[in-house]
Design a binder for this molecule. Structure first.
Ligand SMILES: [Zn+2]
Length: 184
C-alpha cells in the first residue's frame, strides 16, 4: 500500500475549489477512499471478509496519510483455509482495520498523536481502547454505518456501544458523515 507524503496528492488536497474543500467534503473524500480500499479484491489489498469489509485510514494533523488498512488476516497468516471463515472463528482470525492501521503506523514509526481515524464502521470495544490510548483525536465514520447498526449481531452491537462510550468518555470526537451530501 503506497503512502502519500504530499498533502496535495491526498483525496482532500485533490479537491479543486474552496467550497469543495469544506470540512465535510474532505471527510467524505477520505471515507470514500477507505470504502474503495476495503472493497478491493483481497489479492489487491482489499478485505478478505465475506460480508463485513472495513477500511481505515489514519491522517495526521496536517492532513497527510499515515496508514491505510482493511480488516484482514495478519501478514503471513493463511487466509485460504475455509474453517477460518466460520462463524465463531472469523472474528478471531481476522483483525480489525483500525488495529492494522495502528500497527502499520507503528512499523513506520509514525506519530499518531492528534491524528484522525477514518473508518467505514464504528470501532469495536477493543479498537476504541487502542485508539484512545494511541492519542487519536477524532474518529470519522459514514452516517450509513450508523444506519446499519440496527442490523448487527447483538455481540457486535454491544461491542460498538462500549466502543462509543470509551471514545466519548476519553474525549475522542466521533463524527458521522453523510456520504450522500453532495453540496460540497
Ligand atoms: Zn475492532
Amino acid at each position: 500500500m503506497s503512502q502519500s507524503r504530499d498533502a496535495s496528492k491526498t483525496p482532500c488536497g485533490a479537491l479543486k475549489t474552496t467550497r469543495e474543500k469544506d470540512h465535510g467534503a474532505c471527510d467524505r473524500a477520505w471515507l470514500d477512499l477507505a470504502i474503495k480500499t476495503a472493497n478491493a479484491a483481497p489479492e489487491k489489498g482489499g478485505s478478505p471478509h465475506p460480508r463485513v469489509k472495513v477500511g481505515a485510514i489514519l491522517v495526521d494533523a496536517k492532513g497527510k496519510e499515515i496508514a491505510r488498512a482493511v480488516n484482514r488476516f495478519a501478514t503471513g497468516v493463511d487466509r485460504r483455509r475455509p474453517e477460518r471463515y466460520e462463524n465463531n472463528a472469523r472474528s478471531l482470525w481476522i483483525n480489525c482495520a483500525e488495529q492494522m492501521a495502528l500497527a502499520q503506523a507503528l512499523r513506520h514509526k509514525a506519530d499518531v498523536k492528534g491524528a484522525k481515524m477514518y473508518v467505514t464502521l464504528e470501532p469495536c470495544a477493543v479498537c476504541a481502547g487502542l485508539l484512545v490510548e494511541s492519542g487519536i483525536r477524532e474518529v470519522v465514520v459514514p452516517l450509513s454505518s450508523r444506519r446499519s447498526y440496527a442490523k448487527l449481531k447483538a455481540k457486535w452491537k454491544k461491542s460498538i456501544e462500549i466502543g462509543t462510550s470509551k471514545l466519548t468518555e476519553a474525549g475522542v470526537k466521533i463524527t458521522a458523515v453523510d456520504m450522500d451530501d453532495t453540496r460540497g
